[in-house]
Design a protein around this ligand. Sequence first.
Ligand SMILES: [Zn+2]
Length: 188
Amino acid sequence: MKELKGKKIVIDPGHGGDYPGKEYEGREEEDVTLKMSKILEELLEAEGAKVYLTRTRDEDFGGTDADDDIMERVKYINKKYKGKGIDVLISIHVNTERAFNRIGAFYQEGAKASKTLAKNIAVNMGKKSFEDDLAILRETTVAGAKSLIEIARIDEEWLDDSDRLKDVAKEIALGLNDYFHDLRLGRV
Ligand SMILES: [Zn+2]
């Protein structure tokens, strides 16, 4: 994955603290997203990327409710990573057990580079990419391209298996690598 060397990537493990996200039989989204983000961080750094995690433990961003916490997270990201030359922002999530096929990589409507990013990630995951309007993508201002990834439904048991999480982290990393390849060739 030669394209990852020197790239600056923000990974945002969704939820945390007072706002655990989706829950299914004791499995909480905030835990899966953090575990996944740390695995992805290790993988990307091994390929020479510089990775920043928005949180490294079970904490929220001080919001008054779940939606407000996302806005506090946005503020944190925009302040913390401003001027750092961030190439990509990836927000990791797990969808509800009622999500049907809304699993894959999302991009903000009208965002061209982000669309290319999301497509490359989704293809490597064997999933779809989706256009949507999401605050974490719409309101953050620090990266050239951004994607929110719903890695699975919360009722999927493989989420407890670290080896399976590593497989998906590899697919995401390959998607990032393909995106940077496209970007270098002007295909965005
Ligand atoms: Zn979520």
